[in-house]
Ligand binder design. Structure first.
Ligand code: 5GP
Length: 188
């Protein structure tokens, strides 16, 4: 990779680990970072921002798949999620907040992408966070089960594994990783 080429930073990890909060803080604190907005077919949660995703129906999502409009997409717990092809004109480093299947696709397409896998401090804490955002009990159970499957794959794939035990410390650690990768021009 040539120095100065925008980085692709993939933030992945199980549901309830705090990825959304982390990536929001990363782009607020580092103006060279640009957060990609995904498409999803899942319903908007109560209290979730309108711009958290592009909320689309399955037909619209499938039309975009056919048109080659996604860098990666997957079906996760019954809904489609996908990253639109990034706008190359921003010139900024791109942050993707996606699950493990999508992270594998991005790594295959763009081996220079930097994958940071975020782990919860414990399964209990993860469950507490999932319940805290209003997910129903069966959804919490489903996501915890999914986490068991995702974590070994994510850890294996990752360039960096970070435990989100303390939000501020985690954000600092991730900003430090981004700065080091910028200097090295690779997943240093
Ligand atoms: P949630 O429904 O909790 O917002 O997201 C479910 C999972 O889908 C999370 O792990 C989230 O990171 C992931 N996700 C969000 N956007 C995308 C995307 O564009 N592509 C992929 N592959 N996963 C995504």
């Amino acid at each position: 990779m040539t120095q100065g080429e925008p980085l692709i930073i993939v933030v992945s990890g199980p549901g309830g680990v705090g990825k959304g909060t982390i990536v929001k803080a990363l782009v607020e604190r580092d103006p060279r970072l640009w957060l990609s907005r995904s498409w999803t077919t899942r319903d908007q949660r109560a209290g979730e921002a309108d711009d958290a995703y592009v909320f689309a129906d399955r037909a619209a999502f499938e039309r975009r798949i056919s048109a080659g409009g996604f860098l990666e997409w997957t079906e996760f717990l019954g809904n489609y999620y996908g990253t639109p092809n990034p706008d190359a004109t921003t010139g900024r480093d791109v942050v993707l907040e996606i699950e493990v299947d999508g992270a594998q696709q991005v790594k295959a397409l763009q081996p220079q992408a930097i994958l940071i896998f975020v782990l919860p401090p414990s399964r209990d804490e993860q469950a507490r966070r999932l319940r805290g955002r209003g997910d129903a009990d069966h959804k919490v159970a489903e996501r915890l089960q999914k986490a068991e499957l995702e974590e070994p794959i994510g850890i294996e794939l990752a360039d960096h594994v970070v435990v989100n035990d303390d939000l501020e410390r985690t954000i600092d650690e991730m900003l430090d990783i981004v700065h080091r990768c910028r200097s090295a021009g690779s997943p240093a």
